[in-house]
Write a protein that binds this ligand. Structure first.
Ligand SMILES: *[C@@H]1O[C@H](CO)[C@@H](O)[C@H](O)[C@H]1NC(C)=O
Ligand SMILES: *[C@@H]1O[C@H](CO)[C@@H](O)[C@H](O)[C@H]1NC(C)=O
Ligand SMILES: *[C@@H]1O[C@H](CO)[C@@H](O)[C@H](O)[C@H]1NC(C)=O
Ligand SMILES: *[C@@H]1O[C@H](CO)[C@@H](O)[C@H](O)[C@H]1NC(C)=O
Length: 959
């Protein structure tokens, strides 16, 4: 019996050996060392044919040896493809297109990484669930849309699943999950990252994961997750080390089962609304290294003393909890004992902390980073000795006095010191920390003389002294005090003198902002590392562009806005292959724009110059996001090459001489368009209905052209005007996107983020005719509608009352008739209404919002109207149709209308001055969870336009 078994073993071994020989023989026969299998090679070729690969990243995918192709890995002995690693690698280009089922032929595939590419508008293929050998699947950082397929539950060997950060072009998350039971089949799963996947319909997802014995990392950042207060009888999660539940808006108390997960090393609960106190049980999580409790607005007073028992804790995040701290001096008990040695990073900003710095901070011997910014600490900077501290952030407090002379001895390791927005001075004999590299002292009082102590900081790499009350000339030594300097921000001072001729003395300079000073001179020729030369709003008088002005091959951003540049744009600019932002707005540049642009530009702003000619075709590319050419003299029709601009968000050609009609393809090709600003041109023809396809469009201004025909019914389809807007706009580097509009008869410049939030249709001063489409009432978030000075006729629909967010409605100088719909009294946001010079008749509705719209000029020139606020009393019967339009429009009269309207705004100012101030006080830069941010934005935009003046008066900054 035993013998039999041994023989069987031998036989099996022999068989194995033979098989191995055969394999090796095959391997040798193939020649060239290739062991790629033909059937898998064909499958890969077919898979490749489905992909879009504009940069030829897979150009090595030719020939028979598929195992040597980029990203393909085969098994050493069997030759099966086991790994496909197509993650985007910097500089090689993105992949997109379709994922073909030919992948299924690779049935030994264990590892599939398609992350960080441009797969967009496609669903996660359900057939991926049939790749039975798969252990690793990464589809993160793409644009996959729709539902996560349950078929993935068939992947019982899967250890790693990352579906995080799938976003659309405006930055909204695009995946969702319905039901979670299928997750229980992923019995090998160790790591799951669903960041941004909407889990609001996957209610039991944590309960499902509780059945997986090996799960060790769960990342549910920003998932609209429901968290159960109980997990049922058993809490498994024996291997769980990493749990991120942040930014889910959870508003229950903290579930106690969390504190039974004794193996946890990382726990992030930030960005929720956990109620009540932090439970004492938190002290049970003795393995914790990182604890995130930031931005839980409603946590009550009192850090539990048990926090001091977390002897492995090295990073603690408490920022953004205004009610948490209580008496700071009492916290010494917590921050002593084991935290003294373990705590390396403490983040406690925006937390309404006040008083002098507490002395217990000096116990934290291991502390490397301390952030107490945006609080109300006062007094002088205490001489705390923190032997390990490398980074100290104290901006936006009320510290005063001077920096301690021997700071270098107290903080010997300090590398970064951020003291902006304090009233702190520096003594000339300051002995700075020997390793200091980054010094930020924005809005400190450092002037009026240019600080001479800077000369001692020989290793400084970044320096910020923006708005530091310096009134002096720039000393010559400034350009060579530190060879390491990479970034200099000196804007908003009163620094005078000539720009120096610096070329080799600051070899590492990358960022330079000298704007808002009184510097003069030619554009300097800086080192070849400069990537961001920010001279915006500076004063370089008498400077002309020449072909040698800018010889910085790696320059990625060039801002020379609001200067006095003359000459024409040199074609050498086109040779800057890395240029992404070009802002030459508000200068005196003339001539035609060269037609030689490369395709790295994301932002081009040439507005407010004296440029002419047709718009050069080479500007238009698939990566262009923002194009401002307004206030020049460009002429000709909109060029066909515009069709390429599939990512364009802002198109601003205001005030040029563009002629021809608005092409229908604009609505078909420019799918990302958010802002279309074409006013003051010479456009003719009708407005194409295809514009209604622009799902992200929220600002369209084609006013002051010669457009005719009807307003398309498809305007009711603008979906970005129907939802509470979640625009993905984020600033592109330092570029500030401005849009000029006309509202309430005044010119406004919408700044920064506001243009991306403002919802507006302006078709005024054209020759449009026909009725106002009833469908416009579907645009429920519309804020401003201006159809004045056209030939519109017909009656207003009752549905107009559905536009609850409408603030501005101008229908003046048309042929509209009928009665004013009483539903308009429901327009509770309306603060500017103009119905003058039409043929309205009957009684003016009373009540609702009309109680504050009491300016009679709203109704002037409608001879059939009666009732408040007009002097005409209503008869029982409404009078018949009154006579038509006035013959000529009376400008004085309109002037008067605007005057009255600005008076009536006073009421609104009064209201917003209170809530507006509250809102604006919030620091935008550090807004943590997006949804709250968005609510602020929404309110902000409602008030921002009205409040522009108000804000200046109160000295409130918007950013
Ligand atoms: C396959 O070969 C590579 C390179 O020779 C080696 O690094 C790797 O460990 C081998 N893998 C196996 C499973 O033997
Ligand atoms: C997803 O989360 C894991 C940690 O659980 C992390 O290692 C991974 O980098 C995350 N993925 C992305 C794309 O950030
Ligand atoms: C805990 O895990 C085991 C095996 O992994 C499973 O059978 C059990 O149902 C799990 N408990 C709960 C409450 O899900
Ligand atoms: C929590 O939020 C949900 C949905 O937003 C709401 O229905 C519920 O009333 C809130 N609960 C508490 C305690 O605030």
């Amino acid at each position: 019996m035993l013998r039999m078994r041994v023989m069987k073993k031998h036989f099996q071994l022999a068989l194995l050996f033979c098989l191995l020989c055969l394999q090796l023989a095959g391997f040798c026969n193939c020649g060239g060392g290739s062991i790629c299998r033909e059937v898998e090679r064909k499958a890969l070729v077919d898979f490749k044919n489905g992909l879009e690969d504009p940069n030829g990243r897979l150009s090595s995918w030719i020939g028979s040896d598929c195992c040597s192709w980029t990203g393909v890995h085969c098994h050493n002995y069997t030759g099966h493809v086991i790994r496909l690693d197509l993650r985007y690698n910097d500089g090689i280009g993105y992949l997109g297109g379709e994922i073909r089922p030919s992948l299924l032929v690779l049935n030994h595939l264990r590892y599939l990484d398609l992350s960080d590419n441009l797969f967009k508008y496609i669903r996660i293929p359900t057939f991926l669930g049939s790749l039975a050998s798969l252990q690793y699947l990464n589809l993160s950082l793409n644009g996959f849309i729709g539902r996560v397929p349950h078929q993935l539950g068939n992947l019982s060997r899967l250890q790693y699943l990352d579906l995080s950060y799938n976003l659309d072009i405006v930055g909204s998350f695009t995946l969702d999950m319905v039901g979670s039971h299928w997750l229980t089949n992923l019995s090998s799963l160790q790591c799951l990252n669903l960041t941004g996947v909407n889990l609001s319909e996957a209610k039991n997802v944590l309960k499902s994961l509780n059945t997986l014995p090996l799960i060790s990392e769960i990342n549910f950042y920003d998932c609209e997750l429901h968290i159960p207060l109980s997990l049922g009888v058993e809490i498994n999660f024996t291997n769980l080390r990493f749990l991120d539940l942040s930014t889910n808006g959870i508003n229950s108390t903290m579930p106690l089962w969390l504190f039974k997960l004794s193996g946890l090393e990382y726990l992030n609960l930030a960005g929720n609304n956990f109620q009540d106190l932090i439970p004492f049980d938190i002290g049970e999580l003795t393995s914790l290294r990182v604890l995130g409790l930031a931005y839980n607005g409603v946590l009550s007073v009192g850090l539990p003393t048990t926090l001091g028992k977390l002897c492995n804790l090295s990073k603690l995040y408490l920022s953004g909890n205004e009610y948490l701290a209580g008496d700071l001096n009492r916290l010494g008990e917590i921050f002593s004992g084991c935290l003294e040695n373990s705590l390396e990073e403490l983040y406690w900003s925006e937390a309404a902390l006040s008083g002098p710095l507490p002395s217990w901070l000096g116990n934290l011997k291991s502390l490397k980073a301390l952030d107490l910014s945006d609080n109300s600490f006062y007094g002088s900077l205490l001489p705390l000795r923190l032997p390990s501290l490398q980074a100290l952030y104290l901006y936006s407090n009320n510290f005063n006095g001077t920096i301690p002379k021997y700071l270098g001895q107290l903080l010997p390791e300090l590398d970064t010191l951020e003291l902006s927005y304090n009233n702190i001075a520096v003594r000339p004999d300051w002995v700075h920390p020997p390793k200091l590299k980054h010094l930020y002292m924005k809005a400190c009082k450092l002037g009026p003389r240019f600080p001479s102590w800077l000369q001692n900081l020989k290793n400084l790499s970044s320096l910020e002294m923006t708005n530091a009350s310096i009134v002096d000339t720039l000393p010559l030594w400034f350009w060579n005090f530190s060879l390491d300097i990479e970034a200099i921000y000196l804007s908003h001072n009163e620094i005078k003198g000539n720009l120096p001729e610096v070329s080799s003395k600051v070899p590492n300079l990358q960022f330079l902002d000298l704007s808002h000073n009184y510097l003069e001179g030619q554009l300097p020729q800086f080192s070849s590392n400069l990537v961001d030369f920010d001279q915006a709003h500076g004063l370089i008088s008498r400077s002309t562009f020449t072909n040698t002005s800018i010889i910085v091959p790696r320059l990625s951003q060039l801002y020379i806005s609001s200067n006095k540049l003359t000459g024409s744009i040199p074609s050498s600019l086109c040779e800057l292959n890395y240029l992404q932002v070009l802002d030459l707005s508000k200068n005196m540049i003339e001539g035609v724009v060269p037609d030689c642009w490369n395709h790295s530009l994301m932002v081009m702003d040439l507005s407010y110059n004296n440029l002419h000619g047709i718009i050069p075709a080479s500007i238009f590319s698939t990566i262009l996001l923002v194009l401002h050419l307004s206030n020049n003299e460009f002429f000709g029709e909109l060029p066909l090459s515009f069709k390429n601009c599939t990512s364009l968000k802002t198109l601003d050609l205001e005030n040029n001489k563009i002629s021809g009609s608005i092409p229908a393809w604009l609505g078909e090709k420019l799918q990302a368009l958010e802002t279309l600003e074409l006013r003051y041109n010479m456009l003719t023809g009708t407005i194409p209905p295809q514009l209604g396809n622009l799902t992200h469009l929220h600002l369209i201004d084609v006013s002051n052209n010669h457009l005719s025909g009807a307003i398309p019914h498809s305007f009711g389809n603008f979906s970005a005007m129907k939802t509470n807007l979640e625009s993905g706009w984020s600033n592109i580097y330092n570029y500030v996107n401005n849009i000029d509009i006309n509202m309430k008869g005044r010119e406004f410049e919408l700044e920064g983020r506001i243009p991306s939030l403002f919802i507006c249709i302006d078709l005024s001063n054209n020759m449009l005719s026909g009725e106002i489409p009833e469908e416009l009432a579907h645009l429920s978030f519309l804020q401003s509608l201006n159809l004045s000075r056209n030939h519109l006729s017909g009656q207003l629909s009752e549905k107009i009352g559905e536009l609850r967010w409408l603030e501005v409605l101008d229908l003046s100088v048309n042929n509209l008739s009928g009665v004013i719909p009483p539903t308009m009294t429901n327009l509770t946001s309306l603060n500017h209404l103009n119905l003058s010079y039409n043929n309205f008749y009957g009684e003016i509705p009373y009540g609702g919002q009309f109680q504050v719209l009491l300016d009679p000029s709203i109704y002037f020139g409608n001879r059939g109207l009666c009732g408040v606020p007009l002097n005409t009393k209503c008869e029982i019967e409404a009078p018949a149709q009154p006579p038509g339009l006035p013959n000529n429009e009376d400008d004085n009269n309109l002037e008067a209308i605007w005057f009255y309207l600005s008076m009536s705004l006073g009421f609104i100012f009064g209201f917003w001055a209170i809530s507006g101030a509250l809102i604006l006080k919030k620091s935008w830069r550090y807004a943590y969870f997006r949804f709250v941010d968005l609510i602020y934005d929404k309110i902000y935009v409602l008030v921002a336009v009205n409040l522009k003046k108000m804000k200046r008066k109160c000295g409130l900054a918007s950013e």
